[in-house]
Write a protein that binds this ligand. Structure first.
Ligand SMILES: [Zn+2]
Length: 165
C-alpha cells in the first residue's frame, strides 16, 4: 500500500474491512474505491478512433480515448473534454454504451476503475495527437489490433465488435 500515515494527524493507517485505509487515531479515511473514467467509442465513416499511449502504463499501446473525470465533472462532459485534449476533436455523443470495471496498473499501488463508455461521432476525419497521446488513427472493424491497453478496454472493444456493423 502506498499511504502509511494519516495526512491529518500522522498516526499509522490500517486497512479496514471495506479495503480502505483508516487512521488508527482519528476519523480520517483514505478511500480506495474505484475511480471513475469516461471513455468514447468514436466513429467516423464507420471507422473507430484509437489513440496510442505516449506514457506508461501501456506506453505505445493502442487505447480507447478517454480518461479520469475531474472533480465536479459529469461523465459526458469528461468524455468531450478528453477527446478535445487528446485529439482536438469536437465529438457528438450518440448514446451510452455501458459501464465497465477494470484495473489501472501502477508500480506503487494498482487501483480499480469504473469506465462510463459512450458511442460518439466525429464530424471530421482530421485528427491530432496531444497530451498523453502520441498517435491517433481511424480503424476499420478488420483493422482493430488484438491487444488494446487496459483490461477494461479489451472487454469494451470485444463487446463493441459484436454489435458493430
Ligand atoms: Zn489521523
Amino acid at each position: 500500500m502506498i499511504y502509511r500515515f494519516c495526512s491529518l494527524c500522522s498516526a499509522e493507517l490500517a486497512e479496514n474491512k471495506e479495503g480502505n485505509l483508516g487512521c488508527t487515531r482519528c476519523s480520517f479515511v483514505n478511500y480506495r474505491n474505484p475511480r471513475p473514467t469516461a471513455t468514447a467509442l468514436v466513429l467516423h465513416n464507420n471507422k473507430l478512433l484509437l489513440t496510442k499511449r505516449a506514457r506508461e502504463p501501456f506506453k505505445n499501446w493502442w487505447d480507447l480515448p478517454g480518461g479520469f473525470l475531474h472533480r465536479n465533472e459529469t461523465p459526458d462532459v469528461g468524455a468531450l473534454r478528453e477527446l478535445k485534449e487528446e485529439t482536438g476533436l469536437d465529438i457528438k455523443i450518440i448514446k451510452q454504451f455501458g459501464i465497465y470495471t477494470g484495473t489501472y496498473p501502477s508500480d506503487t499501488e494498482p487501483f480499480d476503475i469504473i469506465s462510463i463508455v459512450y458511442v460518439a461521432e466525429s464530424p471530421t476525419a482530421n485528427l491530432g495527437a496531444y497530451d498523453d497521446v502520441c498517435e491517433s488513427r481511424w480503424f476499420s472493424k478488420q483493422e482493430i489490433p488484438s491487444e488494446i491497453a487496459f483490461d477494461s478496454n479489451q472487454t469494451i472493444i470485444k463487446d463493441f465488435l459484436k454489435v458493430w456493423n
